[in-house]
Design a binder for this molecule. Structure first.
Ligand code: ADP
Length: 201
């Protein structure tokens, strides 16, 4: 496969997707992190805050003026309509900022769109030239996320169950990095090998 100009990068929570994004950035790619964009929009002073307050009420905005993520996550889990309204509100804003950041790429620089729910959202397939999936076992996902965030394992399992399955993600992949039983250094070697393959090395 030649180097994709626009690469979609995805993986389940804790798969190591952000780590791979960082490694690709180190090799010269421009990474557009849609999760960071989404967080920025709903942080204090973020562009989505007025609409979030209007739609969900003051109870979902904390004292700092940021979205109260825990309350919103709870609401979205138990109320599909609220989840839909949240997505309808955020998606156009995320889209605009994604386009703005991608336009900053230099001539010939690979753009990596880091999209946690790329497979779930469906609309990304047409926007990228190839999809790279970071794959690992659910057990490794739980272990990493518990270690990173301190969330209880049952909560992590609940998040995993809401995401696409490992099989669904692999079915959408043009390239796969299996991040199981590897050290971070070995993961780096895998990413370098993929990069070298794309660039004829
Ligand atoms: P994601 O973005 O998919 O949620 P991250 O890249 O943030 O995942 O990785 C989750 C956690 O696991 C991070 O703390 C990261 O440093 C760690 N991690 C990822 N891959 C490995 C690995 N191969 N060996 C050890 N730790 C890893």
């Amino acid at each position: 496969m030649p180097a994709p100009a626009r690469l979609g990068l995805t993986g389940g929570i804790g798969s190591g997707k952000s780590t791979v994004a960082g490694l690709l950035a180190g090799l010269g790619a421009l990474v557009v992190d849609t999760d960071a964009i989404s967080r920025g929009l709903s942080a204090a002073g973020g562009a989505a805050i007025p609409a979030l307050r209007e739609t969900f009420g003051d109870a979902f905005i904390d004292v700092t003026g940021a979205l109260d993520r825990a309350s919103m996550r709870e609401l979205a889990f138990r109320d599909p309509g609220a989840k839909r309204r949240l997505e309808q509100l955020l998606h156009p804003l995320i889209g605009q900022e994604t386009v703005r950041q991608a336009a900053l790429a230099a001539e010939g620089q690979m753009i990596v769109f880091d999209v946690p729910l790329l497979v779930e959202s469906g609309r990304w397939r047409a926007l990228v030239d190839a999809i790279l999936v970071v794959d690992c076992s659910p057990a490794a996902q739980v272990e990493r996320v518990v270690r990173r965030s301190g969330l209880p394992p049952a909560e992590v399992e609940r998040i995993i169950a809401q995401q696409a399955s490992r099989e669904q993600r692999l079915a959408a992949a043009d390239a796969v990095i299996h991040n199981d039983g590897l050290s971070i250094a070995q993961l780096g070697t895998e990413v370098e090998a993929l990069w070298a393959g794309w660039h004829g090395g």
